[in-house]
Design a protein around this ligand. Structure first.
Ligand code: GH3
Ligand code: MG
Ligand code: MG
Ligand code: MG
Length: 318
């Protein structure tokens, strides 16, 4: 029995350490008009290593949320003078999605319908006062874990497994939005499509694993080259990469892509037997002028890519 008890204590310790690590950067907002109730909650949260903000009214809470965009969780009382907990929750929901900010309602009211109403207003959870601290802590951890999982899923859904670049879905999702922003600001924008030359031959000669290594090396090089420029870089297919350059016209994009082409040509990728492999790429560039759909501009860049291939590869066409 004693051993079991110790194990339990150890489990608790591990859980506490995990919590401390995962809570390290979580900022929580506590909203309550009663100072003593608020302070008790703040103290409890600070003991859990949270960064804590507080507000005495709903209006103040909304201001604090604007000042601290890193707040991920709001604990709010229901009965407050200027705005009640439902209304505050509703207003938070109008501005911030459930994957940005979680809301937990807290109230000492005897009204058993309160929790349902809070959830309907957009809260993710509810606790009646007086609460057992462990229960509140568990609800908080669950909510934060959900946020973390959503973030991990979103990142996984947007990224290419092999290279870590954005994937096709993300590129086609975000591209039109970025283009619209450019057009609104009268900034130029261009798209480029890059395809590795004779990649099938490379695979056939050296094997798929080496092919993958080449893909990763090219992706890394692209990433390094385009750091700092305002772009969206993605692997859209097997050995094809698509790029969107915000703020660059066709000439600037072509010059940039040509430098990248040369740079990739000089890459030495180590294969088996210490034999170095080099690859070349062909690139098509099209400038966006606002009359066509995003896909149409990519098709245009694809046409230029096709011309680059037909003219002997290892070149940029625009
Ligand atoms: P071109 O110069 O005309 O582009 O010739 P290519 O051989 O590069 O073109 P093709 O489209 O015929 O071949 C693309 C090859 O890319 C075929 C496919 O086996 C390979 N490939 C696609 N995805 C992957 C991948 O994830 N890993 C590896 N190693 N190869 C891949
Ligand atoms: Mg109150
Ligand atoms: Mg291809
Ligand atoms: Mg190819």
């Amino acid at each position: 029995y004693v051993v079991k008890d110790n194990e339990f204590a150890l489990d608790n310790l591990i859980a506490a350490v995990r919590r401390a690590i995962s809570n390290r950067r979580t900022r929580v907002l506590v909203v309550d008009d009663v100072v003593s109730a608020r302070s008790a909650l703040v103290e409890l949260l600070e003991a859990q290593q949270f960064k804590v903000c507080q507000a005495g009214t709903g209006i103040e809470a909304l201001e604090v949320l604007e000042r601290h965009p890193d707040i991920e969780l709001v604990l709010t009382d229901h009965h407050m003078p200027d705005m009640d907990g439902y209304e505050l929750t509703r207003r938070i929901r109008n501005r911030y999605s459930t994957e940005r900010i979680r809301v937990i309602g807290i109230s000492s009211s005897g009204d058993r319908l309160l929790s349902a109403s809070f959830l309907k207003a957009g809260a993710s959870d509810f606790v009646y006062r007086p609460f057992v601290p462990e229960e509140l802590q568990c609800r908080i951890s669950n909510n934060i874990e959900t946020l973390t999982q959503i973030r991990q899923l979103r990142a996984a859904a947007a990224s290419d497994y092999l290279t870590g670049l954005y994937n096709r879905r993300y590129f086609y999702d975000q591209g039109p939005r970025i283009v619209t922003e450019c057009l609104r600001g009268a900034r130029p924008a261009s798209v480029a499509v890059l395809d590795i030359d004779h990649f099938k031959r490379l695979n056939d000669t050296h094997g798929h694993e080496i092919g993958d290594r080449v893909l990763k090396a090219v992706a890394t090089r692209l990433q390094n080259e385009f750091i700092g420029s305002d772009n969206l870089l993605s692997r859209v297919g097997g050995e094809e990469f698509a790029m969107l350059f915000a703020g660059l016209d066709s000439a600037a994009t072509t010059a940039l892509c040509d430098r990248v082409r040369e740079d990739i040509q000089s890459l030495k990728i180590v294969a088996e037997d210490d034999e170095d492999i080099s690859v070349t790429v062909s690139i098509g560039v099209a400038e966006i002028c606002g009359y066509e759909t995003f896909e149409n501009y990519l098709n245009a860049a694809d046409q230029y890519l096709y011309m680059a291939k037909r003219s002997g590869r290892n070149q940029v066409y625009s």
